[in-house]
Ligand binder design. Structure first.
Ligand code: DGY
Length: 340
């Protein structure tokens, strides 16, 4: 951990609020462009370490805070809000906001914002990368080369599954699901989707996508890709029964949120051959990964990299900062979550 000259209000005494200027707390490292936008609105105190901010340090900062910029690793709950009596906005630097108790914020008149749109392409790109990795066994191939094992090309060596003409089942056809379907279509895949309600006709036509029940999607898709939010309603949406209803030659991709999948049930399904493989960017108890996954060759795993491009992370920070600026100026936020 660094001292207060690094983790502090840049260019001023890190411990003394400046009267009359809004106090903005940034709970984790964000790109400089976002900090620059925030500085136009108030005094910025930013935690600049990679490790999580200690709760006592955070709470001391929140005591004077008008605005908090948070990351998906923060829990914005009653304790967080109790430490921040002046808070007007929580700007979460993520499209997902399952880490924020929106109802508790709203009850205190604290606005919540997220960062939709700016990470759609990056997350969809990663989803397709994972889809191709798992269907073409690229993780296994890479591990083989890195292990130094002798190998030679052969007609039957490490055969994967082609995706052309296969069915992609998108669970949650929002912006990211749609961007994934667009890419998958370019790879020659057919699209079905499951949503609470149908998307507009033009989108369905452009994607060649058909709305089906979740049961039908699971039973008929070659690849199931999850793009729904994490909530009580979607907790363990993919459990042992859902996995059992999938085809034995099918694949599961999760770039949404870990708790949507029962990870223990997934280990069992991958081990017993209930499904052919899985590719994961997110985990039920992140950053922990179920130990049963670690030794399996038919799972590809990356560490929550969906939005991890330089351009996207800057755009996310900038959007979160612009939401703070708007609210502190008394304007409507650009991308609010829920009510106020
Ligand atoms: C999000 O924004 O919710 C993503 O998971 C971040 O990578």
């Amino acid at each position: 951990m660094n001292d207060a000259t690094t983790n502090g209000r840049i260019g001023s005494d890190p411990f003394r609020p400046i009267a009359g200027r809004a106090q903005i707390v940034v709970t984790g490292r964000i790109p400089d462009s976002g900090l620059e936008i925030l500085r136009a609105s108030g005094e910025v105190w930013a935690w600049t370490e990679d490790e999580p901010i200690p709760t006592d340090v955070r709470d001391a900062r929140l005591a004077d805070a008008d605005a908090a910029v948070t990351l998906l690793t923060d829990r914005v709950d009653h304790a967080f809000l109790a430490a921040a009596p002046k808070l007007r906005v929580v700007a979460n630097v993520a499209v997902g906001y399952d880490n924020v108790d929106v109802a508790a914020c709203n009850a205190r008149g604290v606005a919540v914002t997220n960062t939709p749109g700016v990470l759609t392409d990056a997350t969809a790109d990663l989803t397709l990368a994972l889809l191709l990795m798992v269907t073409r066994r690229l993780g296994e191939g890479e591990r083989l080369i890195r292990s130094g094992t002798h190998w030679k090309w052969g007609m039957a060596m490490m055969l994967g599954t082609g995706v052309q003409g296969r069915r992609l089942g998108v669970v949650g056809l929002g912006a990211i699901g749609e961007a994934v379907a667009t890419r998958a279509r370019a790879f020659g895949m057919d699209i079905v989707y499951h949503n609470r309600s149908a998307v507009d006709r033009e989108t369905e036509r452009r994607l060649g996508a058909t709305l089906v029940t979740l049961d039908e999607l699971l039973a008929t898709s070659d690849v199931v890709s999850l793009h729904c939010p994490s909530s009580e309603a979607t907790h363990h949406l993919i459990d042992d029964a859902a996995l059992a209803s999938m085809r034995s030659d099918s694949f599961l991709i999760n770039t949404a949120r870990g708790p949507i999948v029962d990870e223990a049930a997934l280990v069992e399904a991958l081990t017993s051959g209930t499904i052919a493989g899985a590719a994961l960017d997110v985990y039920e108890n992140e950053p922990d990964v179920h130990p049963g996954l670690l030794g399996l060759d038919n799972v590809v795993m990356v560490p929550h990299l969906g939005s991890a491009t330089v351009e996207t992370r800057s755009a996310m920070a900038d959007l979160a900062a612009r939401n703070v600026v708007a609210i502190l100026a008394g304007d409507e936020p650009l991308t609010p979550v829920g009510g106020r």
